[in-house]
Design a protein around this ligand. Sequence first.
Ligand code: PLP
Length: 299
Amino acid sequence: MTTHSPDVPAPVLILVPGAAGAPADGGARFHVADETAPQLAVTDLVATRGDGVFETIGAFDGVPVNVIPHLERLARSAAMVDLPAPDLETVVGAVEAAIAAHEPVSELSVRVMYTRGIEGTGTPTCWIHARVSDDWAPYRAGMKVALLDRGLPTTSAQTSPWLLPGAKTLSYAVNMAAVREAKRRGAADVLFVASDGYVLEGPTSTLLVRRGDEFLTTPVSAGVLAGTSVRSLSDHLEAERGTGVREQLMTIEDVTGSDGAWLLSSTRLAAPITHLDEAELPVDRALTARFQQVLTGAI
Ligand code: PLP
């Protein structure tokens, strides 16, 4: 049993037995379930092996952002771990149902979980969990970031695809351990550095760097997740100025010597980096505020 503070609207759970095809029992493809009751089998391979993929979608004033890009990425992650393709129409319907069933709030975090399912069945388990977003305001105001070694080179996606660089898998214990290490070092978050010296991404975010009029991010081919937020900002910048965000391998000095850097993600939005380890970075508050608006879908 879980209980929730009476001050915070209750989360919503939607089970999606039809996520990879019509349910065997002929029942509905998805339905609301009791979020406070146990729902996951102890033999689900996500519980025993961390074996599954997921997405986190932000919804602002009830409107989700980038649903299709998120679910297309879910399908790509599923393919990378040889899971059956999710039925996107069903999952879109379940995401919409979760948002509709939730009390109206300004910021909702909608998780889409897709696991290898109960051992031996071959049928993925899927659920949608919508809850009030964490308070990201302190991050959006600016944060210290620690550089941590990821222990893999930028060629790992080509040389060692079984390490799943670039897939959004449910084995995030390493990512969370990195954030705890950053906190021990007095920082709020992490920028991973590849063993060949190039900067990569955060444990749950994409790096964006400004150099003069140019905006740069880590190439997806370097083994980072293809971010939906950086894609939205790139489309916005391209429409506005004719050039979007360019992919380029960058060193630590490229970031510390830049005109500003952010960590981006769908629920955190754009969080400016004030310090990278000891190095102080410039922060453009007006530009950051505009990025937040783009990422909430307001402009
Ligand atoms: N990189 C990693 C490893 C992530 O886990 C995430 C999101 O959680 C991102 C980047 C940012 O992706 P998006 O902008 O699609 O939220």
